[in-house]
Design a binder for this molecule. Structure first.
Ligand SMILES: Cc1ncc(COP(=O)(O)O)c(C=O)c1O
Length: 445
């Protein structure tokens, strides 16, 4: 199993830079990129994302849905949306707006998420997307009412909370009797309620229960359980379903002792499973899809932040950078991790130097939570160095508490076809005032 350093160095190469040379993704020295765009910034690699989408789609032989929540950058969505057989799974009106602006065909968009407002349901109907993945019996009724008032019809996918838990994952959104999806026991009612409304078109079912799954074998068994639920739904409906969304949750090996999810092994198991269901009448002509977020984009992103101070505190070396949990909540361990574990990190200004000890790398905020790692093996950092946090393409910018402490927001930069493109400029300190209103000059008594 490779060390965190080896994982990062492998990604250095995939970003188009040679091991042992100064870091120059796609041939562009990192110092020049930092000069041009300012630090901190997120750096994404377009070709890596496109290659990965193709590789996953071809290995699985199914459709893919990109979970926009992983990274709602418009340009990334455009790159992904250009691939055939890849649609979008959105979870808010904002994500729907990004997916539409990125050029996804509404017929390739599904919308999942508990607690959709009437305004969201109206936007779903207006956009005419493939399906609202409804999360409760009440949502079915509300959607029918909204669509009826608009004089339109809309597709419905039933998000089902299955009876059993998927073992071995790190975060669960199903199988637990929580807020996600319709309880499996209510499957029949959900089908009948949908069919009872002429405004609704039953498209299929959706099961998404967990993320950060590394063991392919239980995941194949989980897919079997989903196909069985789909067959039961089709029997209840008296017709085959159009789409079964099998979820996904393929893991990204951010941490020590985690190895890559074995896609080929999963794909083999999944193809066998599919063959064994080929004559199931409820699945005749049914399309299958996996919805993936981090597995598509995480490895194609690096968060780059500059060291602004280095200090020796009772024999422990600290490097303090110009961005931290405010820009990258996930990499500081503050997005659902129980124990802090470090993402792979490298001093991008000293790639050629050997590690010479353990360094704590922290951000600039006023809380000890703002720490990327306390025992990172790195060369001795200097003020001005650029630190790179790898696997930062997912749940970075949009998943962070960007307003906390009112530092400027980071830029987002895309490497694509040998050039660096600014996707979003970094913020300025004055931005903290934008949208705020001062007290009226003449307040009423
Ligand atoms: C319903 C649903 N789909 C997809 C995802 C994306 O998960 P991941 O980025 O782990 O692939 C999530 C994550 O929370 C989710 O809740």
């Amino acid at each position: 199993m490779s060390s965190q350093r080896d994982k990062a160095l492998a990604l250095v190469e995939r970003f188009g830079s040679q091991r042992g040379d100064p870091f120059a993704p796609s041939g562009m020295p990192i110092a020049g990129l930092a000069e041009r765009f300012g630090t901190p910034f997120y750096l994404y690699h377009g070709e890596m994302i496109v290659d990965r989408a193709r590789r996953i789609r071809d290995a699985l032989g199914t459709e893919l849905l990109y979970s926009v929540k992983a990274n709602p950058s418009l340009a990334l969505c455009q790159l992904i949306g250009q691939e055939s057989g890849v649609g979008a799974e959105v979870a808010s009106s904002g994500e729907l707006a990004v997916a539409m602006a990125a050029g996804f065909d509404p017929a390739d968009i599904v919308f999942a998420g508990p607690g959709k407002t009437d305004d969201e349901l109206e936007r779903i109907v207006m956009a005419g997307i493939f399906a609202d993945h409804v999360e409760s019996l009440t949502e079915i009724e509300r959607l029918a009412r909204v669509a009826g008032a608009m004089g339109r019809r809309i597709g419905v996918g039933l998000r089902i909370d299955p009876p059993g838990q998927l073992m071995g994952s790190q975060m669960r959104m199903g199988g637990t009797g929580g807020q996600f999806g319709i309880d499996h026991a209510d499957l029949g009612r959900a089908v009948q309620t949908t069919l009872a409304h002429p405004e609704l078109i039953l498209r299929g079912i959706h099961v998404y229960t967990a993320t950060q799954i590394f063991d392919p074998d239980p995941l194949v068994e989980h897919c079997r359980a989903i196909l069985d639920i789909a067959i039961a739904a089709a029997e209840e409906a008296g017709a085959p379903l159009e789409l079964v969304d099998l979820g996904g949750g393929f893991g990204v090996p951010y941490f020590e002792r985690l190895a890559e999810f074995d896609l080929q092994r999963f794909a083999r198991g999944f193809r066998d499973l599919r063959l064994s269901y080929r004559s199931a009448p409820g699945l005749r002509d049914t399309r299958l899809a996996f919805e993936l977020g981090r597995y598509l984009v995480a490895d194609a992103g690096i968060y780059v932040t500059r060291v602004v101070d280095v200090k020796d505190v009772r024999g422990k070396l600290f490097a303090i950078t110009d961005g931290g949990m405010n820009h990258h909540l996930t990499a500081t361990g503050n997005m659902g991790q129980v124990f802090r574990k470090s993402f792979p990190m490298l001093d991008l200004s000293r790639l050629e130097e050997e590690d010479d000890g353990s360094v704590a790398v922290t951000g600039p905020l006023c809380t000890p939570l703002d720490t990327f790692g306390t025992d990172l093996l790195l060369p001795r950092p200097r003020v001005g160095d650029l630190m790179g946090v790898f696997y930062s393409g997912a749940y970075g910018y949009s998943a962070s508490n960007l307003g906390f402490l009112s530092h400027p927001t980071p830029a987002e930069v895309l490497l694509w076809q040998g050039a660096a493109h600014l996707l979003r400029a970094g913020g300025r300190p004055e931005d903290v005032l934008s949208g705020q209103r001062a007290l009226p000059a003449d307040p009423l008594p």
